[in-house]
Ligand binder design. Structure first.
Ligand SMILES: *Cc1c(COP(=O)(O)O)cnc(C)c1O
Length: 397
């Protein structure tokens, strides 16, 4: 019997290559041309009048859109099974523009505690300044989540899987809570990607991706995406025009290029990460492995039911103190030390030293960022090489 969800997702290799790409480009170019321009011109003043009356669908200025960006947006929408998509200059721009667009002074949001640090800081520092309160709840505690909802709650936002402990949110339960309280639900699906899960099919209102990670896939671009129904995405598009976090045309091209091989890369990263997680779980220098594809993971059943693969990130606690953990990281030869994930190059990080360095040790430990926690983001190197490298470093510490 298969270990994972068999429901087909809209993300396929064929779509990744062809979706969103009209044929008959300029000069018969096979690839989508890069419209490297800030401004679009009008044939005559009648065309301007028609444009402002909504009868001429052209773009007037680069902050409002770009043909290369539109091709990338259509491609992503098809992969996610979404009615519409909008791209941003970074994942954080996608998060912040969406939340600023959906929330006003006096509103309230609920967010899971195990989340991207900057998303948490945006809530605690920026939203708070505008009189928008946020309640943090434990990822996976649905009673606490429901109890946190107030009359003025407008949004529940969560990652799934979460960072760095890879908790998996039960999307059906989340949607049920959202619908009963008339609160919009947002999933940051960066760690899952459209190959592994499609939250919109469960009734989630909006999906966010840091396309910097698996979708771009080469550690060479920054982009963010929001996907959902056309009215919601249209409203967020208006906010992007004001807030200005538009993706530039060249970056949109790099993203299109990255997405073409995304299902291939992701399939491999899913496989390698599962092999690495299984290897680590059996090693006596490893105390605990966090990977939703393992039977020992507390949310394995939920993950199995709603995901087709479990992603390329494996977190684990070594049976060592901080010095031993840092020594292990320094002994690894394949991954570079870096905070990102999802690219072709493997990366390793020590969350306590990088993403959470400004927290007091007790506060960091309270949210599970232990001294011995290691985050390994697998790339597309050969699984046997990655595992041999980890084994060698483990045996040496
Ligand atoms: C990286 C990341 C972000 C932020 O995206 P950027 O492209 O770095 O701005 C948001 N959410 C998650 C889960 C991420 O991993």
């Amino acid at each position: 019997m298969s270990e994972k969800c068999e429901t087909p997702v809209p993300c396929s290799g064929t779509r990744a290559v062809h979706a969103g790409e009209e044929r008959g480009h300029w000069g018969n170019s096979l690839t989508v041309p890069i419209a490297q321009t800030s401004t679009y011109v009008f044939e005559d003043t009648h065309a301007v009048k028609a444009f402002v009356a909504g009868k001429n669908p052209q773009i007037d200025y680069g902050r409002y859109g770009n043909p290369t960006q539109h091709a990338a947006e259509s491609k992503l929408a098809e992969l996610e099974g979404a009615e519409a998509a909008i791209l941003f200059s970074s994942g954080m721009s996608a998060v912040t523009t969406t939340l600023l667009g959906m929330l006003s002074t006096g509103h309230h949001a609920v967010i899971m505690d195990d989340c991207y640090r900057k998303t948490a800081q945006f809530c605690q520092m920026v939203l708070k300044k505008f009189g928008i309160e946020t309640t943090f709840v434990h990822a996976g505690d649905y009673a606490e989540l429901e109890g946190a909802i107030r009359d003025n709650t407008r949004v529940i936002i969560s990652e799934s899987p979460t960072n760095p402990h890879l908790n998996v949110i039960d999307l059906e339960k989340l949607v049920d809570i959202g619908k009963r309280h008339r609160v919009k639900t947002i999933i940051d699906s960066t760690f899952a990607t459209p190959l592994n899960q499609c939250p919109l099919e469960f009734g989630i209102d909006l999906v966010i991706h840091s396309a910097t990670k698996y979708l771009g896939g080469h550690n060479d671009l920054m982009a963010g995406a929001v996907l959902g129904n056309a009215p919601l995405i249209g409203a967020i598009r208006d906010y992007r025009g004001i807030l200005g976090g538009v993706i530039d045309p060249h970056c949109a091209y790099l993203l299109i290029r990255g997405i073409k091989t995304f299902p291939l890369r992701m399939g491999k990263q899913n496989e390698t990460a599962l092999m690495l997680a299984r290897f680590l779980e059996k090693h006596d220098r490893v105390k605990r492995v966090y990977y939703p594809g393992l039977e020992s993971h507390p949310h394995h059943d939920v993950a199995k039911a709603q995901m087709r693969g479990f992603g390329g990130l494996v977190s684990f606690d070594l049976d060592a103190d901080e010095a031993g953990t840092l020594d292990f990281i320094d002994r690894l030869k394949i991954p570079c030390i870096g905070a990102s994930l999802g690219g072709v190059e493997s990366l390793v990080s020590h969350p306590a030293s990088i993403s959470y360095y400004e927290l007091a040790r007790e506060d960091r430990l309270a949210i599970g960022i232990a001294d011995e926690l290691v985050r390994y983001a697998v790339g597309i190197e050969d699984a046997e090489d990655i595992i041999a490298d980890v084994r060698r470093a483990l045996d040496a510490v």
